[in-house]
Design a protein around this ligand. Structure first.
Ligand SMILES: *Cc1c(COP(=O)(O)O)cnc(C)c1O
Length: 403
């Protein structure tokens, strides 16, 4: 990224995340523009990076928000996303969350089971409202991605099968408190093959045509998110081919296409910057110990995910095999294993690329480590969009000791 990493480290400390807001806007428009004249709504998947400034930047470009908790719905509203562009998804919503979503009058609640439909109806009845809902269909298609981020097979916990969906739509149509306006599928994340998405869309579009015959008019056709990005050498789905493939399955249907990209919009726009503490050797194995850790960026530990790593100002030096590890008391605390890096010195800076999605949002205070600060590059200047935690922030709710 076109920033002075060293200066930022001096000013704000390490580790830190830095995001390129100009690229975030470019990525949003790459998808939005692919729909051209077609009625469409891009709802950014807030869980990928839920910093208010990130959401606000996208809201200003016209983006909606796909949320998976009432907390995310509140973030979206606070950041300026209008309620009629907010979708609430997720496999388990509490009564309180459903109630608040209805009161906030968002675009639709995305229902993931018959039992949940029943709870939504009860809550809507209590508020004397008609709940706009969509139903998440599980098309039982293998998305060919990592099993932890695959969601479109019956063996995954997400959505309902076609027959159950049909039953639910009929129930919703006959209810005074439910308005079935949408249909939804999302088969996985970091997808690099178009075919599974297309096959899913064929199945779900067929269901929409069947529903039409029995008097259920679907207005929103929600194709989920999942578009992959380049971490290493992945082949990518072209947004235009993606949209074209979806539209081809929608013949005879007058629907607004909704999509929910998360990683695609922010993944490659963020970097995690950490400082080298020391090098050590354990029986011939070289370790580079840095000040960032799995609590800051858990993807390598959780998914064995690859992130490109560079040592600043040293990449022309000879490279040797090593593991890059953090200070946390877990063997799983690593950013990379068996990669080639130049020999480092105390205080060298290391950049971990493609960390804009599922980076900070998955971070924790494990080992009583402060969550790091987040910076934004926009129009050639850098600003703080989240301050680093302090020790006091971390203990603030431990009331017994504070009173
Ligand atoms: C996580 C999620 C997304 C976003 O997935 P990406 O792979 O980041 O695009 C979209 N929709 C739903 C329902 C999700 O759970």
């Amino acid at each position: 990224m076109n920033v002075n990493y060293k200066e930022l480290a001096k000013k704000y400390g390490t580790p830190y995340y830095v995001y390129d807001f100009d690229s975030i806007k470019v990525n949003y428009h790459a998808i939005k523009d692919a729909f051209k004249a077609r009625k469409s709504l891009v709802c950014y998947a807030v869980k990928a990076n839920s910093n208010l400034s990130v959401i606000k930047t996208l809201a200003n470009e016209g983006s909606g928000a796909d949320c998976v908790s009432i907390g995310e719905v509140k973030r979206a509203l606070k950041a300026g996303v209008p309620n009629y562009k907010i979708i609430f998804s997720g496999v388990g919503k509490s009564d309180e969350e459903i109630k608040q979503a209805l009161e906030l009058d968002i675009l639709m609640i995305n229902v993931e089971s018959e039992a949940e439909l029943f709870r939504v109806e009860i809550q809507a009845k209590e508020l004397d409202k008609k709940a706009r809902i969509s139903i998440r269909v599980n098309p039982n298609i293998d998305p060919k991605t990592h099993p932890y981020i695959s969601t479109g097979l019956h063996e995954n916990k997400f959505g309902v099968d076609i027959d159950t969906a049909k039953r639910m739509y009929i129930k919703a149509k006959n209810s005074d408190f439910l308005d079935p306006v949408g249909i939804h599928f999302h088969i996985g994340s970091q997808l690099t093959e178009l075919n599974p998405i297309k096959e899913s869309s064929v199945i779900v579009a067929d269901l929409v045509r069947t529903l039409k015959v029995i008097g259920v008019e679907i207005k929103f056709f929600d194709i989920g998110g999942g578009l992959g990005i380049q971490y290493k050498d992945e082949t990518l789905i072209d947004p235009n081919e993606y949209v074209q493939a979806i539209l081809e399955t929608l013949f005879g249907l007058d629907v607004t296409v909704v999509c929910e990209p998360g990683r695609y919009i922010v993944g490659n726009t963020g970097e995690f910057v950490t400082k080298v503490l020391y090098e050590k050797n354990n029986g011939g194995k070289r370790f580079v110990v840095v000040d960032g850790a799995m609590n800051d960026l858990i993807r390598p530990s959780l998914y064995n995910a690859y992130h490109k790593i560079e040592v600043l100002n040293k990449m022309d030096k000879e490279k040797l095999n090593c593991n890059v590890v953090g200070p946390i008391c877990e063997s799983g605390d690593f950013f990379a294993k068996n990669i080639e890096l130049p020999m480092t010195e105390h205080d060298d800076l290391m950049v971990i690329y493609s960390a804009g999605a599922y980076g900070f949002t998955m971070s924790s205070n494990y080992n009583t480590r402060n969550k790091v600060c987040e910076l934004a590059l926009e129009n050639s200047s850098v600003r703080v969009i989240r301050k680093r935690d302090t020790f006091e922030d971390q203990i603030a709710n431990e009331v017994e000791f504070l009173n």
